[in-house]
Design a protein. Structure first.
Lengths: 100, 100, 100, 100
C-alpha cells in the first residue's frame, strides 16, 4: 500500500494542524481513562466517546479530502493504469469510513 | 448528569478491561501521530483511523450494554420517576452513538 | 424472536406516526428510482440517499426508545430471567444500528 | 447542482442494476409498513431497518465509486477550475454519508 512514487502527500501542507488534532484526540483518550479510573457515570463517559469519535471522523474526512484533491487528481491528470488503482483504493477507504 | 444515588456503575466489574482497551486506543492515537510525522501514505493512515474508530465504538457499545443491564434495570426494578429519566438519558446516548 | 408474552408493544401508541414516516421513506425510495431512471446527477442522488438514511435511522431510534421504555422496563419491573434476555436483545439491536 | 456539461454519468452503465437494488429497497420499506401494521415485535422491525440501511449504504458507496471513477477523473484529466469544484462536491457527499 506504500506510495513510493509520490514524495509529497496532500495532507503535508497541513501536517501541523493534523498533529495538533491528533494530540487533542490522544488527550481525549487519556481523559476517558481518568473517567473510568474515577468510576464516573457511564452516560458521561459515553458523551466523551461520541465527541472523540466525531473528532476522529473529522480527521479522516480531512485526510480523505486532501488525498482526493492531490494524489487522485494528480494520478488522473497523468492518466494511465495508476488512476484506476488509486480510485479503487480511495473507494475502499471511503467504504471503511462509512461502515465504521 | 452525575449519578450520586448509585455508588456502583455497571462497568466497574470490568474496569481493568476498559482501561486496557482505552490504553490501546491511546496507543493508536500516538501511532497516528507518528504516521503523520513520518509523512506516511494517506490511505494507510485512514485504515488506522477506521480501526481506531471501531475500537472506540466497541468500548461505547460495551459501556452502554452494562449501563442498560445495571443502572437502567435497577431503576426500572425500583420503579418511580427516575426510570423515565434513565431511559431518556440512555436513548439520547444511543442517538449520539448512532449519529457519530 | 417473536414476543408472544406481550400483546402490546411500545410503538403501538404511535403506530400511525410510524406508518406515515415509513410511507414517506417508501416515497423517497421511489423518488430515487425516478432520479436514476432520468439519469440525474450522481451527487444529487447521493444527497437524497443520505436524507433517506437519516429518516430510517430516526425511525429506528424512535422504535428502540419505545422498546426500552416499554418492553425492557416492564421486563425489569417483573424481574426474572426474561430481563437479561431482553437486555441482550436490545444491545444486539443497538450494535447493529451503530455499525450500519 | 445539475451537471449539464456531462451527458453521461458513471452509474449509467449499471442503471438497471441500481434500479433493481432500489426496487428491492422499496420492497423493504413496504415490508416494514406491514410489520408495523401487524404489530410485530420491535426488535424484529429494527433488524429489518438495519438491513435496509445497509442496502442503501451500499447503493451510495456504489454510486460514489462510479462518480469518482468517471466524473471526477474526467474533470481531473481535463484540468481546469471544474476539478476543484468536483472534488469539493464529492467530499461534501462523502461527509454526509459518513455522518448519516
Amino acid at each position: 500500500m506504500k506510495d513510493a512514487t509520490h514524495a509529497h502527500h496532500g495532507y503535508i501542507d497541513n501536517k501541523e494542524d493534523y498533529l495538533k488534532r491528533l494530540r487533542r484526540i490522544e488527550g481525549q483518550s487519556r481523559g476517558l481513562q481518568r473517567m473510568v479510573e474515577e468510576e464516573q457515570y457511564c452516560i458521561d463517559i459515553l458523551t466523551q466517546v461520541s465527541a472523540m469519535t466525531k473528532a476522529l471522523q473529522n480527521v479522516a474526512l480531512g485526510l480523505l479530502g486532501e488525498h482526493l484533491s492531490h494524489c487522485v487528481v494528480q494520478a488522473a491528470a497523468t492518466g494511465g493504469r495508476e488512476t484506476n488503482e488509486k480510485i479503487k483504493e480511495a473507494n475502499d477507504a471511503i467504504a471503511r469510513l462509512v461502515r465504521s
